[in-house]
Design a protein around this ligand. Structure first.
Ligand SMILES: Cc1cc2nc3c(=O)[nH]c(=O)nc-3n(C[C@H](O)[C@H](O)[C@H](O)COP(=O)(O)O)c2cc1C
Length: 378
């Protein structure tokens, strides 16, 4: 089944979505999503940072620019978070109740850290974004918007999506995926009706567990009968081939897209990633309260220092630090600017187009398979 690149690949996942290559690209940037889908893979837009109105604009743009190719949307509906049992439905009420749960000592620790680094205050133009999509209540309006568009996939981070959300997606013919970092998570996800499990190893950027991709994938493949995508540390064709050899039927990637031409990654962050080694990331709770792999720097170090008050549970930690992170982003305090990044950043040394990354991954995959073939043939 040769495609436009001259090679064909076929798994249950390429059949499920009608895509040429089982390469899934998670990105918060619509240009990357559309470019990967147009190149024969599947872009998945992270909805987290968008209000429902902004998400509508982004998805409309993708609809107009994706050339009719399939794409997906990713939301963050954590299975557990502080305030989940308060019985509050409106995001505004929830925000108010949760704000009151942040200790004063934590606020002064953040203020002191920013002051020591000379980070100026915000102009007050970004108020009210502190919750984003980190809770069921705030992610549901995003799901509603997403399901009004011709998406092929709805993915959920941080646990199985609520059963009614899976049903809503299926009723519209939309497949559902969820990220799992243990085989037990994967089984729970399949129990609620998930169609594809993304088995994500600890190497990954963003929220991540403790088990490495190499160890996790075969365990998840053995635990569930739906197709599994390998995630965490996949940035070239050799790693893709390894994931497929472990039993995955495709790969799910994130960090590799941070430095592509199309990405809206701030220039300072792009330069930091291009210069980083694979030792420059750390699993830290300092962003959201749940362990996430971030670029290691003075921000992540400060939360581990002797005078740190410790981190708060999700979503309180992000509510505590979101303004601070925005202030840092707008300042010259590059030493404090952290963001999710996986160990693969150590090999990301050049800016390429998204299409080139897809092409090189397939080319590298084919060479890896040929090399392995030669080993067994001789
Ligand atoms: C900058 C960044 C932000 C991320 N945000 C999310 C998110 O909002 N939702 C999600 O499901 N995964 C998120 N992830 C994880 C990716 O979906 C993906 O599983 C991970 O990047 C794969 O590992 P890799 O970084 O080694 O490619 C994020 C990853 C990165 C690098």
């Amino acid at each position: 089944m040769p495609g436009s690149y001259g090679w064909g690949m076929r798994t249950r996942v390429t059949d499920m979505f009608g895509i040429e290559f089982p390469i899934f690209a998670f990105s918060h940037c619509r240009d990357v999503v559309a470019a990967v889908s147009r190149a024969g893979g599947m872009g998945v837009l992270g909805a987290l940072y968008f209000t429902p109105e902004e998400l509508e604009t982004e998805l409309k743009w993708i609809d107009d620019n994706v050339g009719g190719m399939p794409y997906g949307v990713d939301v963050v509906m954590p299975a557990s978070y502080e305030g989940a049992d308060l019985g509050v439905d409106s995001p505004e009420d929830l925000l108010g109740r949760l704000q009151g749960m942040i200790p004063a000592g934590h606020r002064s620790f953040v203020d002191g850290l920013l002051e020591r680094h000379g980070v100026p205050p915000l102009n007050g133009d970004d108020a009210g974004r502190a919750l984003l999509g980190w809770t069921d209540a705030t992610a549901r309006p995003q799901v509603e918007v997403a399901l009004r568009h011709p998406i092929a996939l709805l993915a959920n981070a941080l646990g199985p999506p609520p059963a009614d959300v899976v049903e809503q997606a299926h009723a519209k013919g939309v497949k559902v995926a969820a990220l799992a970092s243990t085989p037990r998570h994967a089984v729970k996800q399949v129990e609620v009706g998930v169609d594809v499990v993304v088995a994500q190893g600890t190497e990954a950027g963003g929220h991540t567990g403790e088990i490495s991709t190499m160890v996790l994938i075969p365990q998840v493949v053995d635990a569930v009968d739906v197709p599994v995508l390998a995630a965490g540390g996949i940035g070239d064709g050799r790693q893709m081939a390894a994931g497929m050899a472990l039993g995955a039927e495709g790969v799910w990637t994130g960090s590799i897209w941070l430095t592509v031409e199309e990405a809206d990654t701030p220039e300072m962050a792009r330069q930091r990633i291009l210069a980083a080694t694979s030792r420059d990331t750390v699993r830290s709770r300092s962003w959201t309260g749940k362990p996430a792999r971030l670029l290691k720097n003075e921000w992540t170090d400060a939360w581990e220092a002797a005078d740190s008050p410790g981190t708060l549970p999700m979503p309180l930690q992000f509510m505590l630090v979101s303004d601070a992170l925005r202030r840092i982003g707008r300042s010259d305090a590059a030493e404090l600017a952290t963001f999710p990044a996986g160990q693969i950043i150590g090999t990301m040394n050049q800016v390429k187009s998204a299409r080139q990354v897809v092409f090189e991954m397939i080319e590298g995959y084919v060479s890896a398979m040929e090399r392995l073939d030669r080993i067994t043939a001789d």
